[in-house]
Each structure stands twice: as structure tokens, then as C-alpha cells.
Write a protein that binds this ligand. Structure first.
Ligand code: UN1
Length: 508
């Protein structure tokens, strides 16, 4: 509990914050209980906010954005640099809180905070590189160029599985772009968001830009929907299931706003006949078991060439035996619990369903007794991609398929509704290039000889099809958080029209 105190988490916390000294004190809308999934015990409570609180949060964010948009972008970058340093100082404590509240192992909790630090560094550099192009005008004595302006207030909705990093990918880039950010965190992991807000508040207070980051935990589905419907929010960035993502996309589209979606994945690794299994097996185990199978980039399917199938299964079985399950804060533990009882039920139901369709359990298939939401990581041999195989179950379940020809493997890899991450393990140049070609993987991420999860922040992160098409983090993703303006300036004395149009007026 010292960790909670270090991060300014009380037994009962406000669920709405405008920035430094701006915690709202509504206590009448009920509260969320944050439960440690390893023990089932209460960590702390967070009060839900009222519809009026939501109005207060949004109005404060709009006001703050007017001022923030006037701050030079490199100065905005300086604020993010200071925030990055604050997260460096709090890395150990915040990493532990992520581990306690979400259930991922401490290494991964720390890794998530490292991702925040990395994206902060990237955002600092980006603040000096919000480049627009200049073009040559077809008209005499005209100059054309484009510039990028802030959008306004950006709404960020995050999922439980990355309780701090996904917010940072969005928030830090959005902020250097001149936007303010309102965060609706997952109600399964509210303490991580409260802790992050406290750290931000300290820095923002000191730097004199109080209202850049704010958050709210709505009392009802209606207030959450209002957020998505709100015309004052030009961009909603959403991370979560494809089901909710579709609702967000449709709702935001109806008001002609923008949405940035990072939804479900169903990621496969192809292991060909020339693959180095010393690489392929640990990558598969980390990809399938890491975060207890609750990453959107988790390896959910393993597509293995028939000539190495038996060896892969033997080695995989051996690899899984070494996965210690338990309290994610313990140094030797490699897999923690699932997030809650419903997740355990979904794991059990998925395995029942796939067995019903013809899947054969290779190992695993058990929930573990005792407190907490622990299950055994499981692999299932499947002849073909049954209905269940095409769905994303947020649990450590790996479906293992065999193939004869690479084309068949790539077709299987692509034959799911989702399109986030993919990988091939091969020592054959032709196979690697085939996989990466336009005829290869249809995913937003395609890797060779590394697994499907653990993407670096420098690249654009996201995927196609039901994954939603959004891209976050590095590369040119900053553009999603800005509006482009094309400017044409006539510095001559005539008024030539484009396309050579003559429109002569006798007298003006
Ligand atoms: C997610 O699961 O929503 O590639 C994000 C990874 C992480 C991010 C995953 N960097 O596994």
C-alpha cells in the first residue's frame, strides 16, 4: 500500500480532474472499486463523476486549449520533456501500480512506463518538426504552402490492458500539436489514471499550464456516450474491442468528427520449414503468454509448416512449462492473472466452444483455484480456422495450425476479420519478402524473425480491417492530431485564376 501513498492515491479518490488543484468533489454518483486481480482484494475506490462534472471538465479543457494553442510548439515540447522526466522519477512506483491494478508482471508494468518516457522523448523532438510542405503554384507570383494547426480538445478512451502507455502515446503527441486532452480511462484500472494525473498536475502547476490534461470517470453509459457524441471534441481516439470501436466510429462519423481506432487483433506467427526455432519458440511464448494474453498484439495463432510441426509443439510444450504463474510483483513470475472473473469466464467459454468445433487441447485448459483470476496458458491444435479461432479472446489461448505451402499459410494469416500484427520466422529471403509484399500479410504490423507483440513507439502503431485503421505513436502519426491548412498567397498585381480560367469583368 506504500506504492499507493507514494503516488497520492487515497482510499477514496475523486474521479474527475481539471488539472492541478482541480479535483471535483462529487460523491453522489457511486464509485468504482479497483480490485487487485491477483488477490481479489480492494485497492482503493474512485468516485464517479456527474454529467455536470463532465461539463465542467470539457469547458475547462476548451478554455485551456485557447491559451495552449498560442504557446510555441517547441515550448509545448519543453512541458512534455519535463513530464517525461517526472515519469522517469516515478517509473518504479507507477510500474508497480500497473502491475498491482492490471495484473501484468512488474517487468511489463515498468516497460509500460518506459513506453511513456520514450513517447515523451519522441514528442519533444516532434514539437520542432510539425512540418508542412511548400508547393510551386501554377500562377505567376503566387506562393503555396500548407501548415498544421491544432484540432482543439482531443478525447482519449483507453482500455484496461495498457492503463498508462496508450494514453501517453496519444496525449503527448496531441499536446505538442497544441491540443488539450480529456481522458476517459477504463473503469477496471482507474487508479493508474489517477496516479498519472497527479504526476502531470505537479509538472503542469510548476510550468504554469494547468489545464492541458484532464480526466473523468463517468457515472453512466449516457455520459460516456455524450463524450463520443460531443461536437466540441473534434477527435476521439479509442482503444478497445472492435464492438465498441464500431459504435465509436459510427457515432463520431454521424457528427462528422474524426476517430482514431485501435481495436481488436488476432495476430499470427508463421513458422516456416527454415525457421530458427531458437528464436521462434521464445517469441511465441512471450507473444502468447505475456500480459496473460491480454495485449491487442498478443500472438493468438501459430501457423506451422508440417515438416517442423511436431518439433515446434514439443518445444512449445517445454517452453510453456517454464512459465511461472503467480503474483505479478514477484520477480520470477512470468504470467499474472486475468483482469477479472468475466475474463476467466470468457477463457473457459472460448475453450469449450473451440473444443466443440473440433479443437484439441495440447496443454493448459484450466482455471486455477484460490484467490485471484488465474488460468493456465493454453494451446489448442486446430485443423482449420473455426469460428472461435477468428475471434479475439483476451486470454492466453494459442491456436496451432499446420500448413504445406507458404501461400496457404499467408491466406490463413489473413483470413480473420482483424488486421493488427503478424510475423514470420524464416531463414529464406524469398519467404520473408513474400510475406512483406503486397500479396503478403494484410496487417498494420508485419515482422520477420521477431514476434507480434512489443512494438516500439517509433513506428506507426495500428492495423487494418476490424482493428480500425488508426495509427498512433511515431512516424507521421502526429498529423492525426492536427488540421491541415493549404495557403495560397498572391504577391503580384494581377488576379490569374487557376486552370487558366478567364473571367473578365469590364469594370470593377
Ligand atoms: C495494446 O495492446 O493495446 O505492441 C497496445 C505492444 C505494445 C502496445 C500494445 N507496445 O505490445
Amino acid at each position: 500500500m506504500d506504492i499507493l501513498r507514494t503516488l497520492n492515491i487515497a482510499d477514496k479518490n475523486s474521479g474527475a480532474c481539471l488539472g492541478p488543484r482541480g479535483w471535483l468533489d462529487t460523491k453522489t454518483e457511486g464509485s468504482v472499486q479497483s480490485i487487485n486481480p491477483s488477490t481479489g482484494q480492494l485497492l482503493a475506490e474512485v468516485y464517479r463523476c456527474s454529467p455536470q462534472d463532465y461539463e465542467t471538465v470539457i469547458n475547462a479543457s476548451i478554455d485551456a486549449q485557447r491559451e495552449w494553442s498560442q504557446v510555441p510548439a517547441p515550448v509545448r515540447g519543453e512541458v512534455i520533456r519535463r513530464l517525461g522526466n517526472a515519469f522517469r522519477e516515478h517509473k518504479d512506483a507507477l510500474g508497480s501500480l500497473v502491475s498491482m491494478e492490471m495484473g501484468k508482471i512488474k517487468q511489463e508494468g515498468d516497460g509500460e512506463v518506459q513506453e511513456m518516457i520514450d513517447i515523451a522523448d519522441l514528442a519533444v523532438g516532434q514539437s520542432r518538426m510539425l512540418y508542412g510542405k511548400t508547393m510551386h503554384s501554377e500562377r505567376l507570383h503566387h506562393r503555396m504552402y500548407e501548415q498544421w494547426h491544432p484540432l482543439g480538445v482531443v478525447g482519449v478512451i483507453t482500455a484496461f490492458n495498457f492503463p498508462v502507455a496508450v494514453w501517453a502515446w496519444n496525449a503527448f503527441i496531441a499536446a505538442v500539436a497544441g491540443n488539450t486532452v480529456i481522458w476517459k480511462p477504463s473503469s477496471k484500472v482507474p487508479l493508474c489514471a489517477i496516479a498519472v494525473q497527479h504526476i502531470c498536475n505537479e509538472v503542469l502547476e510548476e510550468m504554469g499550464y494547468p489545464g492541458i490534461f484532464s480526466l473523468f470517470l463517468p457515472a453512466s453509459h449516457e455520459t460516456a456516450t455524450e463524450f463520443v457524441e460531443d461536437r466540441r471534441i473534434p477527435l476521439i481516439s479509442f482503444t478497445g474491442s472492435s464492438r465498441t470501436g464500431r459504435f465509436v466510429a459510427e457515432t463520431v462519423a454521424r457528427r462528422m468528427g474524426r476517430s482514431l481506432l485501435e481495436c481488436s487483433g488476432n495476430n499470427a506467427i508463421i513458422v516456416d520449414e527454415t525457421a530458427n526455432l531458437e528464436l521462434a519458440i521464445p517469441a511465441t511464448v512471450f507473444g502468447a503468454v505475456g500480459t496473460a494474453g491480454q495485449r491487442c498484439t498478443t500472438t493468438r495463432r501459430l501457423i506451422v509448416h508440417e515438416s517442423v510441426y511436431d518439433e515446434v509443439v514439443t518445444r512449445l510444450t517445454h517452453g510453456y512449462k517454464q512459465v511461472t504463474i503467480g503474483n505479478p510483483l514477484e520477480p520470477n513470475v512470468l504470467m499474472g492473472p486475468l483482469i477479472d472473473g468475466a475474463a476467466v469466464e470468457a477463457y473457459v467459454a472460448a475453450l469449450e466452444a473451440v473444443k466443440g468445433e473440433g479443437g484439441e487441447i495440447l496443454f493448459g485448459d484450466a482455471r486455477l483455484d484460490g484467490p485471484g483470476y488465474f488460468v493456465k496458458p493454453t494451446a489448442v491444435a486446430v485443423d482449420t480456422q473455426y469460428e472461435m479461432v477468428k475471434k479475439e479472446t483476451f486470454a492466453p489461448i494459442l491456436y496451432v495450425l499446420r500448413y504445406k505451402h507458404l501461400d496457404e499459410a499467408i491466406a490463413l494469416q489473413n483470413d480473420v476479420p482483424q488486421g493488427l500484427s503478424s510475423a514470420i520466422f524464416t531463414s529464406t529471403l524469398q519467404h520473408a519478402e513474400r510475406f512483406l509484399s503486397a500479396m503478403g500479410s494484410d496487417c498494420g504490423i508485419a515482422n520477420v524473425n521477431i514476434g507480434t507483440s512489443g512494438a516500439e513507439i517509433g513506428g506507426a502503431f495500428g492495423g487494418e480491417k476490424e482493428t480500425g485503421g488508426g495509427r498512433e505513436a511515431g512516424s507521421d502519426c502526429w498529423k492525426a492530431y492536427m488540421r491541415r491548412q493549404t495557403n495560397t498567397i498572391n504577391w503580384g498585381t494581377a488576379l490569374p485564376l487557376a486552370q487558366g480560367i478567364q473571367f473578365d469583368l469590364a469594370n470593377t
